[in-house]
Design a protein around this ligand. Sequence first.
Ligand code: B12
Length: 501
Amino acid sequence: MTHTLLINPTITSRSSARFPLSLLNLAATLDRTGQSRIIDGNVDRDVVNETLRAMEGDRFDAVGISVMGGPQLAPAIALSKAIRARHPRVPITWGGYFPTLNTEAALAAPYVDYAIRGQGEQTFSELVAALGKAAVPDVAAIAGLSWKHGGAIVHNAPRHFTYTDPGRVLPYDKLGDPRRYLARTYLGRRTVAHQAAIGCRFHCTFCGVAAMFGGTTMLSSAERLDRDLRYFKHELGADSVQYFDNNFFDREEDMIPLLEVMARHELPWWCFARSDALLKLSDHAWKLVRKSKLRMAYIGAESPSGQMLKEIRKGTRPDQTVAAVEMCRRHGVIPELSFMVAPPENTEEETEHTFEFIRELKKINPHTEIVIYVYTPLPVHSQHEKDRAKRPSAPLFDLNGEQVVFPTTVEEWAQPQWVNYTCHADAPWLTDRMRQRIHDFVTVLRCRYPTVQDMRSPPWAKRALSTAASWRYRFRRYDRPWELNLANRLVRLRMPQVSGL
Ligand code: B12
C-alpha cells in the first residue's frame, strides 16, 4: 500500500479558500490502490509545520505539491525546502499549472524531483506505484512525467486527457469538515466550488488553460453532475455553486442534459463563458439557464480591437461582446467582463480605447462588472506544443528596448515583478505613467460602480463611494483620485480578480 501526502500551498486568505479540487481528484485516484492525506495551506495556515508534523507521525512514499504560478510559488518553495531538509529521502513532485507551463524551471530546483505535466491522476498514480516498488524506480515509460536523469531533464511522452467518472463524489471528507469551504458570496450564504467539465476547445495564446489542454475539452455526464449537486445540496447544505469549468457553455446539444439537471436543483450559479457561445444559445437553452438560476457569467472580452482579438486567437469579436452584454441584461444575468489592457504594441492607444469601450458597455448594461488585467502573453515555452509551432509570437521588448527574457528558475519566477506578470498586474513595457493611469481608471470605475460581489461593505458606504466618484467618471477626470484612494482605505471593496468570487 503506497502512502502519499498531497499539499496545496497557501495562495489565498482563509475566507477565500475553496475546495482544493486538484488534490481531491488526485486523492480519489490514489486511494484506489493506496492511501493519501491532504493538507490545504489555505485552511491550515502554518502549512510548513503542519506538513513536517504529518511526516514525523507517518511514513510517506511520496509528497505531491500543487503549484500555480504567482503568489503560490514562494510558499511552495519554502515548503519544498523544509521537506527536503528534514526528510531528504522522500521524493517531491510538483504538479499543476506552474510545472506544466514551466517544466524546466521547476526541475532546475534541487528540491523538485518530478514534475507532472497536465492532468495528474493517472501519471501520479503510476509514479507513486513505481516509487513504492524500487529504490531506483523505473519511470521512463510514465507518460506526462518529467524527471531528472544523470544531470539532465527527461520529458516523457505527453499523456492524453481522459475523463473518468469515479462513480462517487470526490473524497471531500479528507478535508475535515467540508462545510468550512462553503462561503457567503453574492450567490448565496453557502456557495460551493465545483468543476464539472475539464479543458477548453479554444487556443487563446494568452491563456494558461489553452497551454495546459491544447484545445481539448471533456464534459461531465448528467448523472455525475446530478450526484455531485445532490451531495452539495443535501449533505453539505450548499445553496449556490461557483463552477470553475474552464469554459462552461460548450456545444448546446451536449449542454442541455447538464442544464436540465441544474434547472431541477435551482442552485444559483456563476461560471466562465464566451460571448459567442451565449449568443448562439437557443430559446430553450436560455429557458433552462434562467430556471437553473445563472446569476453571473465571467466573459473574457479582452479587447475592443478586432485585430488584437485575432492576434491572440480569441475567436470572438468586439460586437459579440456588446451583443452578449445586451443579451445578459434581457435574461437577468450579470456579465462579468475581463479586459487585458496595455499590450506591448500601441500600449497607450489600446488602453484608452478599452476604457472608452467599457464606458459604452456600462451604458448598455450598467450592471456589467469589469475586471481589468494587464496583457501579459505567455512565454513561448509555456504554450502548448500544438500551438507553439502554429503562430510564432512576436518578441517582447521592455522600456529600454531590450528583449524580455523570461525566468529560468523557480526563485526568479517568485520575484515580485514576475509574480505580478503572472497575475496580469504588471509588464516590463509599462511606463510609470501608464501604470498609474490604469490604477486611477480602475479606482474611479470601481468606486463609481462598486461590485455586487462585495458582501462586506455596507450599502451606504458603496453609495457614498459611487456619488463621490460620479463627477470624475462623467468628465473622464481619472487622474490622481486622491479622495477616492482615501475613502477606499476605509471601505476596502473586494477585488474579485485577487480573491475569486
Ligand atoms: C480556483 C482557482 C484559483 C483559486 C485558488 C485555488 C487553490 N489552489 O486553492 C484563486 C482564486 C485563489 C486563484 C488565484 C489565481 N489564479 Co487561479 N484558478 C483557479 C481555477 C478557476 C480553478 C483551479 C481548479 O481547481 N481546477 C480544477 C482542478 C481539478 O484542476 P487543476 O487545478 O488543473 O488540477 C489538475 C492538474 O493541474 C494536475 N495537478 C494540479 N496540482 C497537482 C499536484 C500534483 C502533485 C500533481 C501530480 C498534479 C497536479 O492534476 C489535477 C487533476 O487533474 C483555474 C482555472 C480552471 N478552471 O482550472 C484558475 C487558474 C489555475 N488560475 C490562474 C492564475 C494565473 C491565477 C493567479 C495567479 C493570477 C490571476 N490573476 O488569476 C491568481 C492569484 C491571485 C492573487 N492571489 O493575487 C491561471 C493559471 C495559468 C497560468 N498562466 O499560470 C488559471 C488557469 C486561470 C487562467 N485561465 O488563467 N485561482
